[in-house]
Ligand binder design. Structure first.
Ligand code: ADP
Length: 403
């Protein structure tokens, strides 16, 4: 490895998939990206693209995560595929996305055996995510030995929450013995848009108060006070908070006991709340493009789904604006926040009680770009800022290793 970190590979591994992106940190340009799907389950698929080479998908052999990362590195060093590296040695560092860092990690960490053991211990808190990420790290270490590997945690940004934000009103021993508390997720995205918002607003990061709304398939809303997380809508798990694609968001927890007394198992309730809820349950699709198209046609269920969705967003924004005292801006990001003008329009309408107004014409044309969509007279500016979690992971990896 050279002393200067130039090329950072960002890896987001799940139990059967591995997504990657390569960044040149001098320019922060993305050089290549791709993914391997169906790792270890047969009929694996490899997708790869670079600036000059359009996305290509092909069948591949990927019995494990090491094979998947080898496919990625082979493509990155193959000029015929558009790969721009001469050899694997040109990868200076790898940044891994890890969903759960528990209370242990409020910052990225350079991976060694101790850190891997600690992340493994956190697996009960994220049983669907941390084990897959660990497989990804082990695979990458086999293929890229001697390269520094860094873990960047989705929960880290939220570790600045005070006790009154993160404690549930339950006996303290549940927190102390079992880790029952609010952790929050999408932290890398909330951090990215917070840093960008400070630049856009021309304020020092430690003086900026925001409500950042990451609205996608999974959604969370965060109150940012002085550049740090003060509270966030997701909880101990990513089920809590606002209504999402297939997740219910906040419901009366007693519904779970009621259903279980009526023949539902714990797994049934889990599936119901996580996979069969949300706008999908109310409006018939988890995709806001379908919901908004159905609303346009006068579909009552879709209209209720949209109304319920933005109602849940507004409940958090209103609460957080009250808690923050002063709010410099409301930031919208994620697939819905960046692209769905209809959802944004409905959302800003229900925020009118806060003095928020909409520039309807601008809003209609904003898709995947940075723009202020509130009216000039809005009490709080509302700004769309496209998120870039992979670049944030690359930056955090670069910063940690450059110290
Ligand atoms: P994830 O949480 O899986 O990362 P995304 O942030 O990519 O999800 O958001 C996905 C959602 O964004 C889709 O389900 C869809 O509802 C919405 N979305 C994406 N593109 C558009 C678009 N052009 N118009 C409206 N909604 C969109």
């Amino acid at each position: 490895m050279s002393d200067v970190i130039r090329n950072v590979l960002v890896v987001n591994a799940g139990s059967s998939s591995l997504k990657f992106m390569l960044f040149d940190m001098a320019s922060e340009q993305m050089l290549a990206k791709g993914q391997v799907e169906r790792i270890g389950i047969g009929n694996a698929l490899f997708t790869f693209s670079t600036e000059g080479f359009a996305e290509k998908q092909s069948p591949c052999e990927a019995p494990d995560h090491a094979a998947a990362i080898r496919l990625a590195c082979d493509a990155l060093t193959d000029p015929a595929k558009g790969g721009c590296l001469k050899s694997f040695a040109d990868i200076d560092a790898v940044g891994h996305r890890i969903v759960h860092g528990g209370e242990k990690y409020s910052q990225p960490v350079k991976l060694d055996e101790h850190a891997l053991t600690e992340i493994e211990k956190l697996s009960p808190l994220a049983p669907l995510h941390n084990p897959g990420a660990l497989q990804g790290i082990r695979g990458c270490e086999q293929v890229l030995p001697g390269v520094p590997h860094v873990a960047v945690f989705d929960t880290a940004f939220h570790q600045t929450m005070p006790e009154e934000s993160y404690l549930y009103a339950l006996p303290r021993e549940l927190h102390d013995k079992l880790g029952v508390r609010k952790y929050g997720f999408h932290g890398t995205s909330h951090r990215f848009v917070t840093e960008r918002a400070a630049e856009v607003l021309g304020k020092p990061l430690d003086q900026v108060n925001l409500v950042t709304c990451h609205l996608g398939n999974g959604s969370s809303i965060t109150a940012v006070k002085g550049g740090k997380c003060f509270d966030t809508s997701m909880g101990m798990t990513p089920l809590a908070g606002v209504v999402m694609g297939t997740r219910s968001g906040d419901v009366d927890p007693a519904i779970a006991f009621y259903l279980m007394k009526n023949g539902y198992s714990a797994e049934d309730v889990d599936t119901l709340f996580n996979k069969q809820g949300g706008v999908c349950a109310l409006g018939g699709s988890s995709d806001m493009r379908d919901i908004c198209a159905a609303c346009e046609k006068g579909d009552h269920n879709a209209q209720v789904a949209l109304a319920r969705l933005v109602h849940s967003y507004a409940m958090y924004v209103g609460g957080y604006v009250a808690l923050l005292g002063h709010t410099d801006a409301i930031i919208l990001t994620g697939g819905i926040g960046e692209n769905s003008w209809e959802t944004r329009q409905a959302f800003l309408k229900v925020l009118s009680g806060l003095g928020v107004t909409l520039d309807a014409e601008t809003n209609r044309h904003v898709r995947g770009v940075e723009a202020t969509i509130s009216g000039k007279d809005s009490a709080i500016p509302v700004i769309v800022i496209p998120t870039n979690e992979e670049l944030m992971i690359a930056r955090e990896t670069f910063t940690l290793l450059s110290k």
